[in-house]
Design a binder for this molecule. Sequence first.
Ligand SMILES: O=P(O)(O)OC[C@H]1O[C@](O)(CO)[C@@H](O)[C@@H]1O
Length: 225
Amino acid sequence: MKFIIDDADIEKVREIWDLYPCDGVTTNPSILAKSGRNPYEVLTELREIVGKDGELHVQVVSKDAEGMVKEAAVIRERLGENTFVKIPTTPQGLKAMKILSAQGVNITATAIYTPMQGFLAAKAGAKYAAPYVNRIDNMGYDGIKTAMDIHDIFENNGLNTEVLAASFKNSQQVLELTKYGIGAATVGTAVIEGLIKNAAITSAIDAFVDDFAGLVGEGKTMMDC
Ligand SMILES: O=P(O)(O)OC[C@H]1O[C@](O)(CO)[C@@H](O)[C@@H]1O
């Protein structure tokens, strides 16, 4: 499973990218808006952090296919041809996906709330389909099951598209889909940090350090003895 950072706070993304084994960064217009900065300035810095081979996902805001296709061209020109262009999975979005996939553009179909939206996005040539796990839960449906159903639909229909599950709010949601073996999960930095935040881990390490200090002296490491 690809493990992707869902954030555009440059310092936070840099810190997480440095520490954790991540494959890329996803953004959307709301995430970029939080920075209060020029979007391309932020996106260029994110591209520098993930490098030329890391995944960077950038969403269009046009609502019509023609506008989406034009935006995709500018996004790729400014941020690299391997940039994933996020297209909302609407009828106009499907049209744009068909055009862009024929041009070899990497597409992430976004704003997915139903399994059939995922199916249609895959048929239209998207590389990823992004179901909004927590938002679906908040509507009273089952976000995890929706993501699993989309994964199964791709497998059972021989579709070469992966689920990129999004909108996580807790570790359990990420765990369920990791166990299931979906293609990718994009996770906010607070939830990423929560994945290995655990008092048992901290106290186990503290005990090891204390025991070693009792043996060779405070602050000494394996290099000093
Ligand atoms: O419910 P949220 O946290 O706004 O998440 C929506 C999600 O959709 C995406 O736009 C899909 O990539 C993510 O960037 C974001 O996590």
